[in-house]
Design a protein around this ligand. Structure first.
Ligand code: MEV
Length: 337
């Protein structure tokens, strides 16, 4: 029996969250916190060994299972990504499941198809949002949405209702980022809704969303010029714009303030309301210390990481082989499923 293993990275947003939902540009980087899944067809739906009816799995998994014909599968999952922290944990889950299900059907990895399926799963679960997180997790590295790009850097295009997002790759100069987690979990959907209501009812808020788009375009120019002072200043300014939109919180503001003396710039990252902030710095240890001293959890992140990866193996054969030769290992594998 075939077993498929997939691993998908999380991400943070350099610039552009929330505005990207309305077709404005974004700049994101995949990071070395990953979600991993191992899948095989089974007699019942199982997650980490626990029986779960199809309807009781997460909506993302449910959508993807149904998309692939609804055959029962046994999944073993593990994640390095704190959930509700703005790092795209549900996007990484959706990307890893989409890739593993493709592989179980014997298809070669098709990142564009994975990005599209995973975005649909996110949309099904959240009812709103952009393909930014899912595309970054599928592609890895640096990913831009709706930015001017060279023809060869275009990865794929995703459309939903009346919006289209062009997803492209961008190169980054060497940069160091530190994340600070407030530890406050905040769901993306209600924050996206809050901005939508504000934007629809108020032309001032709509202007702020447009301005985030301009700041993000300026950010790509700064990145291409290797101008970290300018990029940092734009990030800090973007934090102010996001605060005006009502998606920051005192804890995020406190971590941003704490990081700024040692940083080019800092801002919340992701949907806000809690979760993480990010600082661009060449003094990561000082920033990490300042974040810790203000009650946050720092991560000095590694970027330039691969997007989704997938592999398959003949699980039955190997396990039979292991069962004969290494009984302990077989038991271990089964108990983690
Ligand atoms: C969440 O990581 C980013 C948001 O822009 C929502 C989205 O793009 O779907 C807030």
């Amino acid at each position: 029996m075939i077993e498929a293993t997939a691993s998908a990275p999380s991400k943070f947003v350099i610039l552009g969250e929330h505005a990207v939902v309305y077709g404005e540009p974004s700049l994101t980087l995949a990071i070395d916190l990953r979600f991993r899944v191992r899948l095989r067809y089974s007699d019942a739906f199982r997650v980490n060994g626990q029986t779960a009816s199809n309807r009781n799995t997460s909506p993302h998994m449910r959508y993807l299972y149904d998309l692939h014909g609804g055959k029962p599968v046994s999944a073993y999952v593990e994640s390095d990504i704190p959930s509700g922290s703005g790092l795209g944990s549900s996007a990484a889950l959706s990307v890893a499941f989409a890739a593993a299900l493709q592989a179980l059907e014997g298809q070669p990895l098709d990142r564009a198809a994975v990005a599209k399926d995973a975005y649909e799963a996110e949309y099904y679960a959240q009812g709103r949002g952009s393909p930014m997180d899912t595309s970054t997790s599928a592609a890895g590295g640096g990913v831009a949405l709706n930015m001017p790009h060279r023809k060869e850097d275009l990865l794929w295009t995703i459309s939903k209702e009346d919006r289209t997002w062009e997803v492209s790759r961008f190169d980054t100069p060497p940069m160091t980022f530190v994340l600070g987690n407030t530890g406050i979990r905040a769901a993306t959907g209600p924050l996206v809704d809050k901005v939508r209501r504000y934007r629809e009812s108020n032309s001032f808020a709509a202007g702020i969303v447009d301005e985030i788009g301009d700041v993000t375009r300026d950010g790509l120019r700064a990145l291409r010029a290797g101008d970290l002072d300018e990029l940092g200043a734009l990030m800090t300014y973007d934090h102010k714009l996001l605060s005006i939109l009502g998606v920051s919180c005192p804890e995020l503001n406190s971590l941003v303030d704490a990081a700024l003396p040692y940083s080019y710039g800092a801002k919340l990252t992701g949907s806000g309301g809690g979760g993480c902030m990010v600082a661009l710095t060449d003094r990561p240890q000082q920033v990490a210390k300042a974040i810790l001293a203000h009650g946050g959890t720092p991560y000095i992140v590694h970027t330039g990481v691969p997007g989704v990866t997938v592999s398959t193996r003949e699980a039955g054969q190997k396990q039979r082989h292991r069962g004969r030769g290494h009984h302990g290992e077989k038991k271990n594998v089964d108990s983690r499923r």
